[in-house]
Design a protein around this ligand. Sequence first.
Ligand code: 5AD
Ligand code: SF4
Length: 476
Amino acid sequence: MYNDNPTINDLKQPLDESKQGDVFYNEQMLTPQTGKKFYIESYGCAMNFSDSEIVASILAEVGYAPTKVMAESDLILINTCSIREKAEDNVRQRLRQFDKVKKEKPGTLIGVLGCMAERLKEKFLEQEKLVDIVAGPDAYRDLPKLVATAAGGEKGMNVFLSREETYADINPLRLDSNGIAAFISIMRGCDNMCSFCVVPYTRGRERSRNAFSIVAEATDLYKRGYKEVTLLGQNVDSFKWENPETKEVVNFAQLMEMVALVSPEMRVRFSTSHPKDITDEVLYTMKKYENICNYIHLPVQSGNSRILKKMNRTYDREWYMERVEKIYEIIPDCAISADIICGFCSETEEEHQDTLSMIEWANYTMSYMFFYSERPGTLAARKYPDDVPYDVKKRRLQEVVDLQMNISHKNNLKDIGKTFKVLIEGDSRKSDADFKGRTSQNKVLIFPKKDGLKPGDYAEVKVTGVTRATLIGELV
Ligand code: 5AD
Ligand code: SF4
C-alpha cells in the first residue's frame, strides 16, 4: 500500500474506542496538580510516536496532563518528520490550523518537536512566527524549561544532539494505547548514512539503551496487561550495549531473547532490520521462541546493485537475496515486508525492473513504497542530480504499488484453509460483532466474536477468505 507515513500504519496499534480516556493515562504517574494541559500530535515513523510518549511522561512530571481536545490545551505540540518533502508540507499545513486555535485562545503555546525541529532549528522560528518552542529529538528533558521560557514570552529552543541520551530511565506515558500492544525504544540515532536519508542529521549518532531498562519496561508492561511489545530502532540489528560493570556486551539477538523470556504470553516484534546487519543468530532466536513474531521488516530500497551502491546501502542485490533465502530457510512461515524507493538519482528503466522482480522474488507480504524526494544536506543532494522526471517517478511508483498489491493478494489467498494463533486487539472497524486480531506474520484477521473472549486474549482462527488487505476467518 502506498503510504507517505511509512511505519505507523503497520506498527501503531489502532485505538480501542471503548478504552479511550481511561488507559490514556498511566495510573502510576503522580502528577502535581497545576491544571495545565498539553495536546500532542505525532507524524512519521513509529519512533516518533514512541518519543511522544516520552515527552508526555516528562511533561506529566511537571504537572501537564494530556488532553485529546486541542482547544482545551495550554500547550500544543507537534512531533514532526522530515523524511520526505511531503511529510514536512503536511506539518506546515497543520501549523496553519493551530494558528486559528491560538488566535481564539491567546497564551496557548505551540511547540515543534522531532526531526523537522532538528533540521530547521532557528529557521523554524523565523519561518513560522506562531511557534514558541523548538525541541530536537535529544532535547526532551529540557522541555519543562523551554515551556517556562516560552510562557515568559521568549522563544524556547534546544536542538542539541547527544551521543548518550536514550531516555532509559523514563517510563513512557502510553498515549492512545489499546492497552495490549506498546512500543519500546531500544536505541536512538543512526550511523548508516544512506545517501538519500535525512535521519542521521535529525536524530544524530547511533546509541543503544541499557538492556536491563528495556527488560524492566517490558516486564512492567506485561504486569499491566500488555501482550505485545515492539522493539524500536532505526537499525535494531546493530543494537549493542555494554554492561559498564561486567563489560559484557548484549547484542540484538540476546536482547530479544531477554525480552521474550519476560513471558511466553507476551509477543515480541521489532523494527527496523537492516539487510547488512541481520544475523543468523537473530533468525535462530526468532525460531527458538514461539512468542517472537515471524515477521521481518527488511527494507530493500532498490533491487538493483548499482542503485544500492549509489544509495550507500552497503549491500548488493545478491547479498539481499541471500539474507531473504536464509530467513525462509530458518523460519519457513516468516513474513517479510520492505521499504522501496522509486526513481532514485539516475535510475534507468532496467534498474527499475530489477526492483519489480525483487518484489516478486522476495514475496513481500506488504511494502511501504515511495518515490525519491531529495532532502537538503544529504549525500545524494550534494552529489547526485535528482534527474528522474517527476512523471517517471510517479509511473514507476504506480507499477511498484500495483505489483505489490497483486503479490500481497496472492500471498493472502495462500492462507485460506490455514489456522493462525491471533492476538485479539479489539473490535473490527466495520462491525462490533467481529474481533480484529493479528497473526504472528503481522496480518490482520477478522472473525466473529464468541462469549468469553476479549481483547488481549489469544485465539486459534481458521482463514476462510480474504478481502483486499485483510484475512477473514472463524474460530476453531
Ligand atoms: N525519499 C523517499 N523515501 C525516503 N525514505 C527515506 N528517505 C527518503 C527519501 N529521501 C524511505 C526509505 C526508508 C523509509 C523510512 O523512508 O524507504 O526506509
Ligand atoms: Fe521521519 Fe525519519 Fe525522523 Fe522518523 S526518524 S520522524 S521517519 S525523519
